[in-house]
Design a protein around this ligand. Structure first.
Ligand code: 5RP
Length: 227
């Protein structure tokens, strides 16, 4: 769904794109708007940018909008990454993975000097897990034991089911996504992220802690920046 608020957020992030070099391209519907606008800027010769895509979706967006591609072997250091988020808390920690792309997104973000997040205002919360569960990527082999261990932490676990395909969502990396529902919003997301990551079989979590440089928040009429 194309919304004015997402457009406002995407346009704000366009202002922080450097004149040249390699940047990270996140995933999601807001990033899709950003990619379209970035493609226009490149096409008009205003910037000389290549992107490292963070998912098959991002890869296809780059192809569609004639954005040159690179990768983390050729460009292990990126100036910025522009990505979306599902929730942003008061300390600018994030929940990501609504589109199932959290693992590569986190790697691309970690390769970047700056992480710029583009969201509409509905994504802003005091604490993460207010409106949405926390996704984690899990090795299929480990599903049973990971599920048992997380349930023992009094967290509800749901294997994300695919739409228009029977069975679980398979990520771009061939893994499953589990959506974790907490009894209440998370007060200490850093502790939870560490605990989850310690469980063998948990490949990555959708909790992005202390990585955000700026959040470009779009409304129906304008945008503003949190940092
Ligand atoms: C995908 C993501 C997305 O960035 C997140 O879900 C936001 O997407 P949208 O801009 O469509 O709301 O983390 O895994």
């Amino acid at each position: 769904m194309m919304s004015k608020a997402k457009q406002e957020a995407a346009m704000s992030a366009l202002n922080v794109v450097p004149d040249s070099g390699a940047i990270g391209l996140g995933s999601g519907s807001t990033v899709a708007i950003f990619a379209k606008e970035l493609g226009k800027k490149i096409g008009q010769g205003q910037v000389d940018i290549k992107v490292v895509p963070s998912s098959y979706q991002a890869y296809q967006l780059a192809i569609r909008h004639s954005i040159p591609l690179t990768n983390l072997d050729l460009n292990p250091l990126l100036s910025i990454t522009v990505d979306g988020a599902d929730e942003v808390d008061k300390n600018l920690n994030l929940t990501k993975g609504g589109g199932g792309a959290l693992f590569q997104e986190k790697i691309v973000a970690s390769a970047s000097d700056e992480l710029h997040i583009i969201v509409d205002e509905s994504k802003l919360v005091d604490n993460l897990s207010t409106k949405l569960p926390i996704p984690i990527e899990v090795l299929p082999f480990s599903l049973g034991v990971v599920k048992r261990k997380i349930e023992a932490m009094s967290i509800q676990v749901k294997v994300r089911e695919a739409k228009r395909k029977m069975g679980p969502v398979i990520t771009d990396n061939g893994n499953f996504i589990l959506d974790l529902k907490f009894a209440k919003p998370i007060e200490e997301p850093g502790e939870i992220a560490t605990q989850l990551k310690m469980i063998p079989g948990v490949i990555e979590t959708g909790l992005f802690m202390g990585m955000t440089t700026q959040v470009h928040v779009g409304t129906e009429t304008q945008s503003y920046i949190l940092e």
